[in-house]
Design a protein around this ligand. Structure first.
Ligand SMILES: Cc1ncc(COP(=O)(O)O)c(C=O)c1O
Length: 400
């Protein structure tokens, strides 16, 4: 009898975490490494939010809380959904977990039966397909093409839906491409969903506030109120508030679904960290102006990275609407040999040779389900980004 479960054998460890760890190891060994793999802002958590966490400790708010969130945080989340998205939710429709990741995981575990299909537009955040498989479901990828800025079309969505489809996982602005769906593009997708009442929407709005050049973020239940009863709107404080380590994510949706997610969490981790919950109340209710300041830095970096990557031989890099990623296409680099003698036939070989020969760590596209590409996280200093892009340019110039 095998010791490990059959389910686990189908699941791979997160490749983004693997790249980050590899870059960390090389750095610790004294190598000159620039890591562009990590999916987190380089900014510190704002002072008012840190102070709220410290206050919670000092006031002894260090005990178990209600499983899926303290009432103050649920109220703050309802206010956020009303303020930012025009969505009405009550605290009974809200669930708080240890990061957006746990929210998504709870929802999938709570709803998937063997054979249930989950549609995932590719390229996708690395965890979606593996989470679906861990929960016993079957991931079904649809490819967003480079020509359409990596976004899927209504016709593609319609064609992918079967009687077994339970969820569409939607993510805009996207990790790994940064692409954001306009209101019209999203409406075309929600129109398709309205024709298929058995399909639910899990919308991962993690990068809502990281939207640039006047791009107007929108979320499915806001664009199509007819979907409200079958939408789980997921969000969190990790990215916009530079709080990745605090581990707070949340979602709102129908009461029965939220209760089922609470049941999963009550038998696994119980409540998210009490201190982090109080800090998240301050994040959502406190001043929001630093988001615009951070975004100015992100736009400046994005523009520089896109320009420098497009100037590299064999690379095509679209300009995305948000998040802090770009997803360059490297079709023009394949079939060549690097200056260090590595044969480049796919994006994994490209990323490995790039790291070994130049010290620049990026995540290869196959990890996100669309090749040949790589993901750059530009949530790092302007100087590091400039140096990394210069090294990528000379790596590409050395391909023959
Ligand atoms: C698209 C997307 N969803 C969810 C998450 C998870 O966020 P958290 O750190 O809050 O678990 C991430 C983190 O990288 C992400 O990129």
């Amino acid at each position: 009898m095998p010791f490990l479960s059959d389910t686990l054998s189908r699941v791979k460890p997160s490749p983004t975490i693997a790249v980050t760890n590899k870059a960390r190891e090389l750095k610790a060994a004294g190598k000159d490494v620039i890591g562009l793999g990590a999916g987190e802002p380089d900014f510190d958590t704002p002072e008012n939010i840190k102070a709220a966490g410290i206050r919670a400790i000092e006031e002894g708010k260090t005990k178990y809380t209600a499983v899926d969130g303290i009432p103050e945080l649920k109220e703050a989340i309802c206010a956020k959904f009303k303020r930012d998205n025009g969505l009405d939710y009550t605290p009974a429709q809200v669930s708080v977990s240890g990061g957006g990741k746990q929210v998504l995981f709870n929802a999938l575990v709570a709803t998937l039966n063997p054979g249930d299909e989950v549609i995932i537009p590719a390229p996708y955040w690395v965890s979606y397909p593996d989470m679906v498989m861990l929960a016993g479901g079957t991931p079904v990828a649809i490819e967003g093409k480079l020509e359409n800025s990596f976004k899927i079309t209504a016709a593609q969505l319609d064609a992918a839906i079967t009687p077994k489809t339970k969820w569409l996982i939607f993510n805009s602005p996207s990790n790994p491409t940064g692409a954001g769906y306009s209101k019209a593009e999203l409406k075309a997708l929600t129109d398709v969903l309205m024709k298929h009442p058995h399909v639910w929407v899990m919308t991962d709005d993690m990068y809502e506030h990281l939207a640039f050049d006047g791009f107007e973020f929108c979320t499915p239940a806001e664009i199509e109120p007819g979907l409200y009863e079958r939408t789980l709107t997921v969000n969190g404080v990790s990215k916009a508030y530079a709080m990745t380590g605090w581990r707070i994510g949340y979602a709102a949706g129908p009461v029965e679904l939220i209760a089922a997610m609470r049941k999963v969490q009550s038998q696994s981790t119980s409540n998210p960290c009490s201190i982090s919950q109080y800090a998240a109340v301050e994040a959502l209710n406190g001043p929001q102006d630093f988001i615009a300041t951070n975004n100015e830095a992100f736009v400046r970096r994005r523009n520089m990275v896109v320009e420098m990557l497009n100037a590299a031989e064999g690379i095509t890099c679209p300009t995305p609407e948000g998040a802090f990623y770009v997803y360059p296409d490297i079709a023009g680099c394949l079939g060549k040999t690097s200056a260090g003698g590595a044969r480049i036939t796919n994006d994994e070989e490209f990323a490995t040779a790039l790291l070994e020969e130049t010290g620049v760590a990026v995540v290869f596209g196959a990890a996100f389900g669309l090749s040949p590409n790589f993901r750059v996280s530009y949530a790092t200093s302007d100087e590091a980004l400039k140096e990394a892009c210069t090294r990528i340019q000379s790596f590409c110039a050395g391909l023959s």
